[in-house]
Design a protein around this ligand. Structure first.
Ligand code: LMR
Length: 342
């Protein structure tokens, strides 16, 4: 026995076992909670940058007990699949655009797609940072999703391979839209032919002529290089594109309370970063598109924008029953929007 114990192989084995037993509780305590955060845009976008910031602050505020892994650029999932993955728990966190929630049955979210509903960021933030926004996030609970925050992207521009000045210029154009019935109605009101495509398929569809044009905030247009396959951009600011940051409810409810508190704090900070970055990046992106020399940028005159508004505001009434009149009226009240006054 003692001869065997003195065997160097056995001694090494026992030593390794003792070390691993001693370290086991530590290793267990140290293995972090992993949050997979999937999104469809580039890293260098408002959402991409805010997601990275959240990952950093989540690690700091939880002292390494949470590790957020960010998967950008539809690397893991495209638009529709990522929603399914969240509900199944294959990823824990997403920030889909608000236009992408109606297919879950939460049609109220399409209110954000209504053309000209927000005059500016002040009007918008009254909704996204106030009780109406909170009420909308609550509606996700029945779908197994907890809404944590709204993050801005920005106001949208239109693009195509021809100048888009008057309403008549949109007639017959095949326009890529997100999966929203309000956006469908918006394009039809202009005489265009809307086509729903995943974000990750948009560049190629524009390049190959599957669609003629699209709408997006400048930051998305530029970071997806859409301007390289679109000769004309019109700065219409006719609608808004923003995000709801959401988590799988079961996962979220199962987290220790102190972790949830720390993550909520990280989220509040990240929302500020997201909104500040979005404001700046959209301005910079337009400048960069201009500097590329590949695309002509047109800013409609007040009269042209008024005619565009006149053509598009009837979409509110048309979509009111789908969105829910209660939600629509609540937003009108917050933003002082009066559709009868044009
Ligand atoms: C789009 O599909 O155009 C956008 O929702 C992409 C995004 O997430 O900003």
């Amino acid at each position: 026995m003692s001869a065997r114990l003195t065997s160097p192989i056995l001694r090494r084995g026992l030593l390794a076992l003792a070390t691993s037993l001693a370290l086991a509780p530590m290793a267990f305590a140290q293995s972090p909670i992993v949050i997979k955060f999937s999104h469809v845009v580039a890293v260098d976008t408002p959402k991409g940058k805010a997601a990275e910031f959240f990952a950093k602050r989540a690690a700091e505020l939880t002292k390494g007990r949470v590790k957020v892994e960010v998967y950008p650029n539809s690397q893991l999932y495209k638009d529709k699949e990522e929603m399914e993955a969240l509900q199944l728990g294959s990823v824990q966190m997403l920030a889909p655009s608000l236009s992408k929630f109606a297919p879950l049955g939460v049609k109220e979210f399409e209110v954000f797609d209504l053309p000209f509903i927000f005059d500016d960021y002040t009007a918008l933030h009254k909704v996204t940072q106030g009780p109406v926004g909170q009420g909308l996030l609550k509606k996700l609970e029945s779908r197994g999703i907890t809404g944590l925050a709204f993050w801005d992207n920005g106001f949208k521009v239109m693009s195509a391979n021809k100048p888009l000045k008057s309403v008549a210029d949109y007639k017959g154009l095949k326009m890529r839209i997100q999966s929203s019935k309000v956006l469908d109605a918006e394009m039809r009101a202009l005489g265009a032919l809307p086509q729903v495509l995943a974000f990750s398929e948009t560049y190629q569809a524009l390049q190959t002529g599957v669609v003629d044009g699209t709408e997006n905030p400048p930051s998305n247009l530029y970071t997806q290089k859409m301007h390289e396959v679109q000769t004309n951009v019109s700065v219409t600011n006719h609608g808004y594109l923003g995000y709801a940051v959401v988590v799988n409810k079961k996962f979220w409810d199962g987290l220790p309370a102190d972790i949830r508190t720390a993550l909520n704090k990280a989220m509040v900070e990240s929302t500020k970063v997201a909104n500040d970055v979005a404001f700046q990046d959209n301005k910079d992106a337009l400048d960069k598109v201009k500097a590329s020399g590949k695309t002509a940028i047109y800013t409609p005159s007040m009269a042209e924008r008024f005619l565009l508004k006149k053509a598009l505001v009837p979409v509110h009434k048309q979509m009111a029953s789908r969105i829910g009149d209660e939600t629509l009226q609540a937003i009108y009240k917050e933003t002082n929007f009066d559709p009868s006054k044009l």
